[in-house]
Design a protein around this ligand. Sequence first.
Ligand code: SF4
Ligand code: SF4
Length: 199
Amino acid sequence: MGHHAEAPEESTEALLVLSVSKKNKNIRTVQVNRPEPEQVNFLPALAKGLGITLKHFFGNVVARKHTETMQYPEETKAYPERNRGLHRLMLREDDTERCVACMCCPTVCPANCITIVPAERDDAGIEKRPAIFEIDELRCVVCGLCVESCPCDAIRMDTGVHATAVEHRHESVMDKSALLKSGTKSIAVQGGTGPNWRK
Ligand code: SF4
Ligand code: SF4
């Protein structure tokens, strides 16, 4: 029984070998010439490359030819006028914060890093004030949308200071007093008066 069961397998194998050998007849070989000695010897190319490296090395170290590197932090580059730095909260004439806790900036913030808790103003005005105003500078993507969205010129990023390195995450959160520390009086009309309101 066992012999009869194996017979069909043997014939299948034979057919397979036949078809492979038929295919092999179509395989052609291509003769490739050996590379020339100068193509095999990499030493001249290596020496040429090293020569270029050494030329740049001595040119930069001795003659300071191509050195674009700034010796940061001893040397610093002046930021452009419109650079977005750390945030600050602006002040009214009476030295209170200009922010009316309208929630435009936390709404528009793509990093969701502004936390505002509104409260009533003591002077019984119709506007609110932020009881808590915090920005997590580590999460901030420095897009400037908070500044653009503010209708009161209450928040700016023109401090010229970039976020510094911190050891713990919570140290990167600027609270209201920290944000007001660099705040100055803004002469913009509260609420704005059209496209040129900053003037
Ligand atoms: S600059 Fe952009 S990411 Fe940073 S607090 Fe403002 S809106 Fe949020
Ligand atoms: S958009 Fe301006 S006024 Fe409104 S919550 Fe932000 S900082 Fe305050």
